[in-house]
Write a protein that binds this ligand. Structure first.
Ligand code: SF4
Length: 445
């Protein structure tokens, strides 16, 4: 939660020398408040002011990073309790438990199964973030080998689950370059765990039973100089987990209580996969930054990722596809042409049904600011002249030799005007995308 420009200005030296770039301290304060300047560019800020400004302008929940390269995972850095107040920034990371008691083939198969958990939906790619290797064997060498095997067979960021610093140290020898998340520092091992995490530049989960103990332990770890932390309040009952997640988020955002200003992690406990996913959906909804699951089946994971996607999109910006002439299948000059809007959910519903017709077709998506057909029409964003203009812009006349445009049934009222504006024959299609297959059968076969 940033400070206002005036609050920052009060702490600046007020020399108005301009050495920082802006001509005055006030202008510099405003730039700082808007995130457009760095405090370090003023050489005259006192150490006291620096400490105040740096801590006061830090986000209420720290940004914590794990993994490297394209697989780097960012967590935290949230500023809101409710999505409708602004938006949530870093979607909940999803990970999967893999026991180090599995044999080599099983470990390899599991790692590949997790690697394969990538989905395409409404034009977006859904991925998973962590593979959590658990030291069930309680043996350091077995753990190290399992971590190496898993790391070699998936690009997903590892999480090393062991409370034994010796086992962790061995595992870090083979996985430190992937910047794994280390789980966990407890009251008994936090000094050694912090040293390991700090030494390798890895984020560290801090775990304690209950919020009070957790806050105390976080302060001890921070005092040792490590701030890339993730919090586990040690609960195993779903209702208590949700209670703790909400409490930590409220305390961090509303009260700026620093010990809880870090991302959080939870583990699912339900054995039945559907109950497990339901539990995980609750945790996504109420602030978990990382959820570790047991099930790795695509059919179980996809609904969770879809829920996450819905929650972590900006509520003020609908998901959109590009305004263009899309091709479905091997189109030719006789292919039918369907008209829709650029709202992702509408477009992909239409595209899925057009694919099911098995008739190669064009779909023209018109930019309606990401609104659906009826909403766009009601808002004056889906009018005949505009559609005719887009038809011309994409060169539709040169793509097909017929002149038949299929429009959504909901805007049948556009038929006359669009025919006039475009010179094309307009065919009124079904109201819902689900009617496209039957419609195509009746028209084109
Ligand atoms: S360098 Fe510092 S003292 Fe000079 S104008 Fe900028 S903020 Fe003010």
């Amino acid at each position: 939660m940033g400070l206002t420009g005036l609050e920052i200005y009060k702490q600046l030296p007020k020399k108005n020398c301009g050495e920082c770039g802006p001509p005055t301290c006030l202008a510099f304060a405003m730039a700082l408040a808007n995130g457009k300047a760095q405090l370090s560019t003023c050489p005259y800020v006192s150490d006291e002011a620096k400490a105040n400004l740096e801590s006061a302008s830090a986000p209420p929940i720290a940004l914590v990073k794990a993994g490297d390269g394209d697989n780097q995972v960012e967590m935290g850095d949230e500023t809101e309790l409710f999505r409708h107040d602004k938006k949530f920034y870093h979607e909940t990371s999803v990970g999967f438990k893999v026991s180090d008691s599995l044999n080599e083939e099983e470990l390899e198969a599991k790692a590949k199964e997790i690697e394969d958990l990538v989905f395409e939906r409404v034009g977006l790619q859904y991925k998973v973030q962590f593979v959590a290797v658990v030291n069930d064997s309680q043996d350091a060498e077995t753990f190290k080998k399992a971590v190496a095997k898993v790391a070699a067979n998936t690009s997903v960021t590892p999480m090393l689950v062991s409370e034994d610093p010796a086992a962790l140290e061995g595992a870090l020898d083979v996985a430190a370059d992937k910047k794994p998340l280390i789980y966990a520092a407890t009251a008994d091992n936090y000094e050694k765990m912090t040293e390991l995490a700090k030494g390798k530049g890895c984020p560290l989960v801090v775990k304690a039973e209950g919020l009070e103990a957790l806050a105390e332990l976080v302060e001890k770890v921070v005092a040792l100089g490590h701030k890339q932390l993730v919090l586990d309040s040690g609960q195993t009952e779903a209702s208590k987990i949700v209670g703790d997640l909400v409490q930590m988020r409220r305390q961090a955002i509303k009260k700026k209580f620093r010990p809880f200003g870090y991302p959080s992690i939870v583990f699912t406990t339900e054995e039945d996969p559907l109950a497990e996913i339901t539990q995980a959906i609750t945790y996504v909804s109420k602030y978990a930054s990382i959820i570790i699951l047991n099930t790795t089946k695509k059919a179980h994971v996809l609904p969770l990722l879809a829920w996450r996607q819905n929650l972590y999109t900006d509520p003020q910006v609908p998901i959109q596809v590009e305004q263009k002439l899309h091709e479905v299948g091997e189109v030719n000059e006789d292919s039918p042409v369907y008209l829709t809007t650029n709202f992702s959910l509408t477009y992909y519903s239409v595209q899925g049904e057009v694919e099911s017709t098995k008739i190669p077709s064009y779909i023209l998506s018109v930019d309606t600011d990401g609104t659906s057909v009826l909403t766009a029409y009601a808002a004056g964003k889906y009018e005949a002249e505009k559609i005719a203009e887009v038809m011309k812009k994409v060169g539709l006349d040169d793509k097909v030799k017929h002149r038949n445009m299929i429009i959504p049934g909901y805007v049948a009222v556009l038929k006359g005007k669009l025919e006039e504006a475009s010179g094309w024959n307009v065919i009124v299609g079904p109201r819902e995308a689900s009617g496209i297959v039957a419609f195509a059968k009746s028209q084109f076969s």
